[in-house]
Design a protein around this ligand. Structure first.
Ligand SMILES: C[S@@+](CC[C@H](N)C(=O)[O-])C[C@H]1O[C@@H](n2cnc3c(N)ncnc32)[C@H](O)[C@@H]1O
Length: 163
């Protein structure tokens, strides 16, 4: 598959899955955490489809489109391994939804990321809350949910924390 086709499939999967989670979120209280602002594409989509949620965005850099810069209260700069560990008072409660888009493309780096990220995700997800991740996570307190039609196996991972 060409890199162009792969890129199109990744973005299509992100849009389908973000909208799928949004449809499930009614009744789950809490903010949304966007791990990896990047260009700001998924952040921009999340704020469009979840306009009433606080969305806290984590990244070590600011490299997004100018129209997608979160306000100072909601942009949390630094290494996510540190900032996610200590963000509790800032985000004011466990998250209804965490979206993680931190894949590096390097399998060893991605395994290391999944290993430190998984317990932090567990710590900050509300009971009944959802996690959508490009990397597989080790989340014993969560069920792995089937993905909507058309998403290739292994491309994205959808979890729900036991209520
Ligand atoms: C693939 S991009 C995110 C793309 C974004 N979802 C979008 O739609 O434009 C990943 C982002 O995560 C950030 N990132 C990756 N690992 C990180 C870490 N350990 N701490 C902080 N930021 C990290 C990178 O700086 C990069 O901006």
């Amino acid at each position: 598959m060409s890199r162009l086709d792969s890129f199109i499939r990744r973005l299509t999967a992100q849009k389908i899955l973000l909208e799928d989670v949004t449809a499930r979120l009614a009744g789950v209280e809490g903010p949304v955490l966007e791990l990896g602002l990047g260009n700001g594409r998924t952040y921009d989509h999340i704020r469009e489809i979840l306009p009433d949620r606080d969305i806290y965005v984590f990244d070590r850099d600011l490299a997004c489109h100018p129209s997608c810069i979160p306000d100072a209260e909601h942009m949390i700069f630094g290494e996510i391994r540190d900032t996610l560990a200590y963000c509790g008072p800032r985000i004011k409660g466990p998250a209804a939804f965490i979206h993680c888009d931190l894949g590096s493309g390097d399998p060893t780096m991605d395994l290391a990321t999944s290993s430190w990220l998984s317990p932090l995700i567990d710590l900050h997800t509300a009971p009944g809350g959802y996690v959508l991740s490009g990397l597989p996570l080790d989340l014993p307190n969560f069920e792995t949910l089937p993905k909507p039609e058309g998403i290739r196996p292994g491309r994205y991972h959808l979890y729900r924390k036991q209520g």
